[in-house]
Design a protein around this ligand. Structure first.
Ligand SMILES: NC(=O)C1=CN([C@@H]2O[C@H](COP(=O)(O)OP(=O)(O)OC[C@H]3O[C@@H](n4cnc5c(N)ncnc54)[C@H](O)[C@@H]3O)[C@@H](O)[C@H]2O)[C@@H](O)CC1
Ligand SMILES: Nc1ncnc2c1ncn2[C@@H]1O[C@H](COP(=O)(O)OP(=O)(O)O)[C@@H](O)[C@H]1O
Ligand SMILES: [K+]
Length: 463
């Protein structure tokens, strides 16, 4: 797990006020970290073009130019007037060293974006937009200083955004770098320590980035066990039975001792799953919503979930009349995709927004929902999954675009249901099922376009 911050200004200030460090010292460390990243990947003499903006992001770039000049063939491009005091100081130093400042970007091995960082405060002008498009079209290795230019701190992107291969971010990980839109821009991310170790630079934060190694599988440790030891998941099987079948198969594969599809009529299902009209007494967790449609009358549905067993709720449940009733429950995991989350937000009166508005401010909307429903666990799907409960938030950035296919979400619901049935808390079930889901996708050996729900289900066999 790593910490995520919505701003680092207060962390920088603590370096000055509590640790007695100076802005210049922090900047030298920032530049040295980028220089290290270049040296690791490119030999002396390689061509490095550094595009520097008016503020301290530009100043970082100018300091980088000083560090590399002599060993590398460095050129600096200054599309805007150098403004901040630190940028002016670094610029003067470059002039004394004779580092070439050029008007146009020429072919190079490394292209560094130090135009804007955390200070991007208004929309990019057309000149900078054109420049970023040109930079993105170049074949060089692309390094972003702190944050790719065009990515705003809330995680939304301007008309153009620098598409980095590597972002060297200063001091700590910023939450905005883990929005869905940011995933196109940030590339690999490394954190530069700025003169004190990260543990001293960072403070407590409610936002956590999940790492692949955080995954806790439902391993079977005791020998004297039977199928009943691993829970019984009921999957409500509605109009589109395929969705419930996928979830059921996923749950069985992820360790649930028994899985029963709760259906209204006889449906053809794989032989390893069971089927029942009523909820068997041993069912200790229920998955509901996937492919539900209009199949059940409210009373019929209520009968299937009428005690306080944990639920995982997906898909059609967010538009269902019973939503309000379900949200009163204590043990519930909600797994909307962005469109479904806009429905959830509007039906709960928290916000009226469309998918575009939601995606521009995913973190804020998740916080607002979790404030209003502190018992519920919310898992907002997307390129970077957000999981929240109360005032604790986690981001799972490990999914790939191979998951962008019908049925991937049904598999996730099945995995969550399996962990609920095996006794995980709703929050742990959401976290570890999500990590298993993304890990299974990453380990798939075929092309990204080829991953099917069955591949994901098979994928959890060998994590
Ligand atoms: N504060 C610190 O202690 C450290 C800061 N560092 C660097 O400093 C950066 C932040 O520096 P700044 O706060 O100067 O911010 P930036 O360098 O990101 O940009 C601020 C400048 O750009 C202008 N600007 C903002 N949006 C614009 C737009 N759309 N079009 C044209 N001009 C625009 C502002 O008026 C201001 O002059 C970080 O991203 C990081 O790279 C690092 O050196 C590490 C230490
Ligand atoms: N580009 C992507 N990168 C990473 N994960 C993705 C991407 N697109 C979709 N996913 C994941 O795939 C799943 C899709 O779920 P959902 O849209 O509910 O599908 P369905 O309802 O068809 O099963 C979610 O877990 C989501 O986070
Ligand atoms: K930048």
């Amino acid at each position: 797990m790593q910490n995520l911050f919505d701003e680092v200004d207060s962390l920088d200030r603590r370096c000055y006020d509590a640790y007695g460090l100076s802005e210049e010292l922090l900047m030298e460390h920032a530049a040295e970290a980028m220089a290290g990243a270049v040296r690791e990947r490119f030999g002396a003499g390689s061509r490095v073009v550094i595009v520097c903006g008016p503020g301290n992001n530009g100043a970082d770039g100018l300091a980088l130019a000083r560090l590399l000049h002599g060993g590398y063939h460095v050129e600096v491009v200054l599309p805007l007037e150098v403004k901040s005091p630190m940028a002016r100081l670094q610029h003067e130093r470059l002039q004394k060293l004779g580092v070439p400042v050029v008007d146009a970007i020429t072919p190079c091995d490394v292209l560094v974006d130090a135009i804007f960082g955390s200070g991007l405060g208004r929309p990019l002008g057309s000149g900078i937009i054109g420049l970023i498009k040109l930079m993105n079209a170049l074949g060089a290795f692309k390094l972003a200083c702190d944050i790719p230019t065009g990515l705003r701190s809330g995680g939304s992107c301007d008309t153009a955004v620098f598409r980095a291969d590597l972002t060297v971010t200063m001091g700590a990980l910023k939450r905005g770098m883990f929005s869905d839109a940011a995933k196109n821009a940030v590339g690999e991310i490394t954190v530069a320590e700025l003169g004190v170790s990260r543990s001293l630079y960072e403070k407590e934060t409610p936002w956590i980035l999940l790492e692949r190694g955080d995954l806790r599988l439902p391993l079977r440790e005791n020998a004297d066990v039977h199928k009943g030891s691993f829970g019984h998941l009921g999957v409500v099987c509605g109009e589109k039975s395929g969705a419930a079948i996928i979830a059921g198969k996923a749950a069985l594969r992820f360790g649930a001792g028994l899985v029963t599809l709760l259906s209204n009529e006889e449906v053809a299902i794989p032989y390893e799953l069971m089927q029942s009209h009523l909820r068997p007494a041993t069912v200790n967790a229920v998955a509901i919503g996937m492919g539900l449609g209009q199949e059940f009358a409210e009373q019929e549905l209520r009968e299937r979930i009428d005690n306080d067993i944990p639920l995982v709720c997906d898909a059609d449940i967010f538009a269902h009349p019973m939503l309000g009733e379900l949200l009163k429950r204590k043990r519930i995991v909600l797994t909307p995709h962005p469109k479904e989350f806009t429905t959830l937000l509007s039906r709960t009166g928290i916000a009226t927004t469309d998918v575009r508005g939601l995606q521009q401010d995913r973190f804020k909307f998740v916080e607002a929902f979790c404030r209003a429903y502190p018992d519920a666990v919310l898992l907002l799907k997307g390129a970077n999954v957000i999981i929240g409960q109360g005032d604790q938030f986690y981001v799972n950035p490990h999914g790939t675009n191979a998951l962008a296919k019908g049925g991937s979400g049904d598999v996730l619901s099945g995995f969550i249901g399996a962990l609920l049935a095996q006794g995980y808390t709703p929050l742990d079930a959401a976290i570890h099922a999500s990590l298993a889901h993304t890990e299974a996708a990453r380990r798939f050996e075929g092309q990204r376009y080829a991953l099917t729900p069955d591949d994901l289900i098979e994928g959890v066999c060998c994590l």
